[in-house]
Design a protein around this ligand. Structure first.
Ligand code: F6R
Length: 240
């Protein structure tokens, strides 16, 4: 596990953007695994800026997002499909048909199987971008999710529901379930970049790096992956 610490979040955003854009330039058919939440927003803004200034071509790129809330269609402003279109896809020359976000509505069990097949058909994920929950979740794989899970329907932990309430309009409740890539889906990615920012992630980062590999702390499984880089700001790295 490689650990890269930068002074602040801006420097982390720059470094991760550079990694992703350089990898995409050297492999224009790259398959990117993407995340939502607060952490990647600054990265996506920089990817858009870099693309607009005549940078990376995304016309042959394929993406797979980690997760989606149950019951939210893609046009719902709090859905992760909406988030991705709004922050990234609408501003790149990527073909929307090559961008995948798990379905939050319809036959979810069938869609989970289809999602796994679609990732395989695309040749697997070259780089998976991850954030981390303060409780160690990756994707929506909460503590005690078995390491062998594939894309599945997951219950969100109470703290995840509370922490994500900020992305929902007043009076709207956060769904209690979501569709998420499983731990084994994530572990199949050829390369993993996990980004953690701020003091609230310091303990989760410490357990990820130095704790036992345990389903109690899902991100600890990354110790078993051959090609993981953690990009941290000084606050997130403060307990290492
Ligand atoms: C998002 C995801 C989650 C987040 C995590 C951190 O697609 O799968 O695991 O990465 O909850 O969220 P933020 O970045 O909002 O702190």
């Amino acid at each position: 596990m490689q650990i890269v610490t930068h002074k602040n979040s801006e420097k982390v955003y720059e470094a991760v953007t550079k990694e992703i854009t350089e990898a995409t330039k050297s492999n224009p058919h790259i398959v990117l695994g993407l995340a939502t939440g607060s952490t990647p927003v600054g990265i996506y803004a920089r990817m858009v800026k870099e693309h607009r200034s005549g940078g990376t071509d995304y016309s042959n790129v394929t993406t797979f997002n980690l997760d989606e809330y149950e019951g939210l269609a893609g046009n719902h402003p709090s859905s992760y499909r909406y988030f991705m279109n709004d922050h990234l896809f609408n501003h790149l020359n990527i073909l929307l048909k090559n961008t995948h976000v798990p379905a939050g509505t319809g036959d979810l069990a069938a869609a989970c199987e289809e999602y796994e097949k679609a990732i395989e058909k695309a040749g697997g994920i070259d780089i998976q971008l991850l954030g981390i929950g303060a409780n160690g979740h990756i994707g929506f794989n909460e503590p005690d999710t078995p390491f062998d899970t594939k894309t599945h329907i997951a219950y969100l932990a109470e703290e995840t529901i509370q922490s994500n309430a900020k992305f929902f309009a007043d009076g709207q409740s956060v769904p209690s379930r979501a569709v998420t890539m499983g731990i084994s889906t994530i572990m199949k990615a050829k390369r993993i970049i996990l980004v953690a920012l701020g003091k609230s992630k310091a303990e989760a980062v410490q357990k990820t790096v130095a704790g036992p590999v345990t389903e109690r702390h899902p991100a600890s499984v990354l110790q078993r992956h051959p090609h993981v880089t953690l990009y941290l700001d000084e606050d997130a790295a403060s307990l290492l």
